[in-house]
Ligand binder design. Structure first.
Ligand SMILES: Nc1ncnc2c1ncn2[C@@H]1O[C@H](COP(=O)(O)OP(=O)(O)OP(=O)(O)O)[C@@H](O)[C@H]1O
Length: 238
């Protein structure tokens, strides 16, 4: 059997002295979207930050593309093909759109990727010399996703990409995420909206107080409304 692209097993982490994660298990196949859900504060963001190496794993393992990266330095992880769009986007507001886009690249951009990114996000191509901080939240989110795509990731990790985005752009962003996944990039998505997550994802992982409480296809969650209610505090998913 082919190993999934990302495999997180028994992951534990602390912030300061406080244990935040204890027993996170999740797997992301090479194709499709995996949604990571859970109530506020259960540790979703900390899980993503630990995968990126910004938070140190105190136990468990992280494997990416058949390689153990649990102890790999954080700055080397994007180069393996892991794109990360953090919660709050991580855009540099005083730099231009162009400067933000090329920030992470070591050498010149691949023209094919540039074309692909600008076709996907034409608004950015029109605003290359604009200061990123003057764009709307949704446009900044698109910039953050575009910046991650410039590095040709095999896996794109998105932390609540529609948070703080005006409703008009929320659907655009969701459509782009689906299109990115359809283009063959694996996606790990933290998403607050259960319906959206179930619609987009092929696989759902739900966390509860620092560990994985459920992992399965969206259908299992739809078939068990009590589970969704218990773990997410929401009504039956449709
Ligand atoms: N810098 C920090 N210092 C202390 N505690 C923190 C820090 N960052 C996160 N925590 C705590 O760690 C726990 C997990 O936080 P995390 O942001 O990973 O959760 P989350 O599931 O992503 O929540 P949300 O949906 O609110 O973003 C929370 O209880 C939070 O209060």
């Amino acid at each position: 059997m082919v190993e999934p692209l990302l495999v997180v097993s028994g992951l534990a982490a602390r912030i300061g002295r406080v244990p935040i994660l204890a027993g996170v298990d999740l797997a992301v196949p090479a194709r499709g979207i995996v949604a990571l859900l859970g109530r506020n504060g259960v540790g979703k963001t900390t899980t993503l930050r630990t995968i990126m190496g910004v938070v140190e794993a105190t136990a468990g393992s992280i494997r990416f593309a058949d390689q153990d990266i649990t102890r790999l330095q954080a700055h080397l992880r994007p180069g393996l093909g892991i794109g990360y769009v953090p919660q709050g986007r991580g855009i540099f507001p005083l730099l231009t759109v162009r400067e933000n886009l090329y920030l992470g690249l070591r050498g010149p951009a691949d023209p094919a990727i540039e074309t692909h990114v600008f076709e996907r996000f034409p608004r950015l191509a029109e605003r290359l010399d604009q200061k990123a901080g003057t764009m709307s939240g949704g446009e900044q989110q698109m910039l953050a996703i575009a910046r991650a795509l410039m590095m040709r990731p095999r896996l794109l990790i998105l932390d609540e990409p529609t948070e703080g985005v005006m409703p008009r752009l929320v659907n655009d962003i969701r459509r782009e995420i689906a299109a990115i996944a359809a283009s063959g990039i694996a996606v790990l998505l933290v998403e607050q909206n259960l319906r959206t997550a179930l619609r987009l994802a092929r696989h759902v992982v739900i966390m509860e107080r620092g560990h994985t409480a459920f992992a399965g296809p969206p259908e299992s969650l739809r078939a068990d409304p009590d589970l969704a209610h218990r773990l997410l505090g929401v009504g039956a998913p449709t």
